[in-house]
Design a binder for this molecule. Structure first.
Ligand SMILES: Nc1ncnc2c1ncn2[C@@H]1O[C@H](COP(=O)(O)OP(=O)(O)OP(=O)(O)O)[C@@H](O)[C@H]1O
Ligand SMILES: [Mg+2]
Length: 229
């Protein structure tokens, strides 16, 4: 589902004397359906950068990031914006390490939106969203409120609910359990196991060793001078 070949990424810091920061050097890896690859390595080694490159939030310097989309390989390094948006809608779900700006709309609507965008009837989408929110222990009194004022762990669970409500073929999970208590961590582990069983290909960063051991099928060790399998 994912093939990364000789991927390199550096940041050019215009405002800081034009310093170039080389973060990823020649990364190559593969993830098949039903696998969960855990990215490991010290803080600053480029784990989140690699996840963002997979989501085409960042552009690579060179190399390839091939993802399987609707039966075809698409290179996320070269894909046009329109293609990237289509892939995010249909193929790749992403739980970010730091919360994306959550719009000022009720939590329930935030969670059901990926289904509605696909044309699923509102009452069905709502029922699925309610099930997800219940499973992730978001109290019903919060469902009608915008997540902007939610606690860190509540916001993270909204992000998770939104990314797992649809069976995305590829999931990118950047520390999805970082702000969660033990009960909710277990729920997320179950969601990840279910996703693997239905054949999702997952790339994740799991700070928590217990979570990582429970869900990962392979480990990719990142180092400061590139990564190695
Ligand atoms: N947008 C950016 N502009 C400049 N430098 C960046 C940018 N994003 C990341 N970096 C740099 O790239 C390096 C890797 O950052 P990244 O966030 O990928 O690390 P990480 O492995 O996810 O760390 P952590 O475990 O702390 O989350 C860091 O040195 C960081 O400063
Ligand atoms: Mg990170």
């Amino acid at each position: 589902m994912i093939v990364i070949d000789s991927l390199r990424k550096s940041f050019f810091l215009h405002l800081q004397g034009g310093v170039t920061l080389s973060v990823l050097k020649k990364i190559s890896l593969e993830v098949k359906a039903g696998e969960c690859l855990a990215l490991c390595g010290p803080s600053g080694s480029g784990k989140s950068t690699l996840v963002r490159l997979l989501y085409a939030n960042y552009k690579a310097r060179d190399g390839k990031i091939l993802v399987r989309h609707q039966g075809q390989w698409v290179d996320m390094v070269k894909a046009e914006l329109r293609k990237v948006l289509e892939i995010r809608k249909l193929t790749i779900g992403y739980v970010s390490q730091f919360l994306r700006v959550i719009p000022r709309i009720p939590a329930l609507d935030v969670v059901m939106e990926p289904l509605q965008r696909e044309g699923i009837a509102a009452h069905n989408a709502r029922r699925h969203a309610e099930d997800m929110l219940t499973r992730l222990n978001i109290p019903q009194r919060l469902w009608g409120i915008s997540p902007t004022t939610f606690s860190g762990g509540e916001q993270q669970r909204i992000n998770i609910a939104r990314s797992f409500i649809k069976p995305y073929p590829i999931l990118l999970l950047d520390e999805p359990t970082a702000a969660l208590d033990a009960t909710n961590r277990r729920v997320v582990v179950e969601l990840i196991q279910d996703a693997k069983e239905r054949g999702a290909a997952i790339v994740g960063v799991f700070h928590d060793e217990e979570v990582r051991d429970a869900v990962s099928t392979c480990i990719f060790e990142m180092t400061f001078d590139g990564g190695q399998a």
